[in-house]
Design a protein around this ligand. Structure first.
Ligand code: G6P
Ligand code: MG
Length: 211
């Protein structure tokens, strides 16, 4: 039925969503902005400056562009410290099996992450060569929830969006997949991922033939 599967990275292939959470939490605390798991849910899948803007909108004062750049750099430095020790053991349960299942079915495999650290994470996990195409986040003008990144991945793979299945853990990511005209499998809670065509609790439940 499908010709390609396009995966998100953070929170789907590996639990870097938790590292992003820790790094943003420390930054939010430093600017006295309230931060909890529910608010963090809105940041998932959103690019670095977009996430920072959402956090600073809740801070008691405003920030200059220079200050914002420094804050974004500080968050990224902390995040890079957290991912520096990652190994192939940090693949989420079921993620590798899902990649193998898609490969065995003869479908194309793409990666659509707005993270500018995606290549580093793939290398630490030892799985970069399992993807036919990895979209370079630096080339994307409009991050998720805009469909641009999933449409770009489909174009790189030479597949019509309607023949693609996208896999996402974030509400913004599911919106990106759906507005690209693709079938969406959400990984997480149906309450958060209500626009997905299917929601599975974890990648261990991913079954290509079910979709
Ligand atoms: C992914 C994550 C977000 C993160 C974004 C940018 O979409 O889900 O939490 O903010 O990438 O990541 P970066 O590594 O470029 O700061
Ligand atoms: Mg994600």
């Amino acid at each position: 039925r499908f010709k390609a599967v396009i995966f998100d990275l953070d929170g789907v292939i590996t639990d870097t969503a938790h590292y992003h959470y820790l790094a943003w939490k420390r930054l939010a605390d430093s600017v006295d902005a309230p931060f909890d798991e529910a608010f963090n849910e809105q940041l998932k899948g959103v690019d670095r400056m977009g996430s920072l803007d959402l956090i600073l909108a809740r801070a008691p004062r405003t920030y200059t562009p220079e200050e914002k750049r420094a804050l974004a750099d500080a968050k990224n430095t902390h995040y890079q410290e957290l991912i520096a020790t990652m190994t192939p053991d940090d693949l989420l349960p079921g993620a590798l099996r899902a990649l193998e299942e898609v490969r065995a079915a003869g479908l194309h495999i793409g990666l659509a992450s707005v993270s500018r650290n995606a290549f580093t994470v793939l290398d630490r996990l030892g799985i970069r060569d399992r993807f036919d195409d990895v979209v370079d986040a630096a080339t994307i003008v409009n991050g998720k929830p805009d469909p641009e990144i999933f449409l770009t991945a489909a174009a790189h793979l030479g597949v019509d969006p309607g023949d693609c299945l996208g896999v996402e853990d974030a509400a913004a990511g599911v919106a990106s997949i759906k507005d690209a005209g693709m079938f969406a499998v959400g990984v997480g809670s149906p309450d958060v991922l209500h626009r997905a065509d299917r929601v599975i609790p974890s990648m261990e439940a991913f079954r290509l033939q079910d979709y």
